[in-house]
Design a protein around this ligand. Sequence first.
Ligand code: 8IG
Length: 265
Amino acid sequence: MTDAPHDLARTAAAELADLTGVERHDVALVLGSGWKPAADLLGEVTAEVDVTDLTGFNPAAVAGHAGKVRSIRAGDRQLLVFLSRTHYYEGHGVDAVVHGVRTAAAAGCRAVVLTNGAGGLREGWQPGQPVLISDHINLTGRSPIVGANFVDLTDLYSSRLRALCREADPSLDEGVYCQFPGPHYETPAEVGMVRAIGGDLAGMSTALEAIAAREAGLEVLGLSLVTNLAAGLSGQPLDHAEVIEAGQAAASRMGTLLSRLVPLI
Ligand code: 8IG
């Protein structure tokens, strides 16, 4: 049986091995809003590749996202660090959204760290605060999986990895992440819905990637940076520039956190 999206990922992984000179990577990280500067604190960069030199990747579309992937040596691990992601709202389809995760799996990774910037709903959460994702609610109405492949999503966000993270940083809260399709932010009524259905974080990424990661057999760690209070909670309109700014302000804290967590994975 041919499987076009997975074939594209295998091709991209072979190109990546060629361009980085690294046969197998161990852990992949996808850096979302506010997490990109953390890349500089993860280890020694052994190669940097433009994602557009790899089969199946689209150029970065959003300000604050660079279309690069780095190969980084961190202790005895070789990390594959995506400095950008393709979002569902870009309109390239779900396979394009999860191509990075599938490429990481084909490149040998056994775990992926999915990070994002998100709107926070929980009382007491402040912009600049990292939160462990304990579970998600996929509000895109889509799946990266096609066909009668009934993948189990119990413990999708590895409780083993979350426990290790909380040992490393007991101040980390956990929350349920809701992926909206975007690119618009929520209405205040939709934020009320998120709360009513048990969500703590609102964003436009991660859930579809986590599903594809599970399908590919990867262990998943999810981390949100609360960059803003969800719509209607602050009394202020949401502004993309402010979201980026909150991310930059939190960069060194996120870098320290990630570099402490990676050796535990
Ligand atoms: I950064 O408040 C960031 N991304 N849907 N809502 C949604 N996505 C986001 C938000 C937010 N903040």
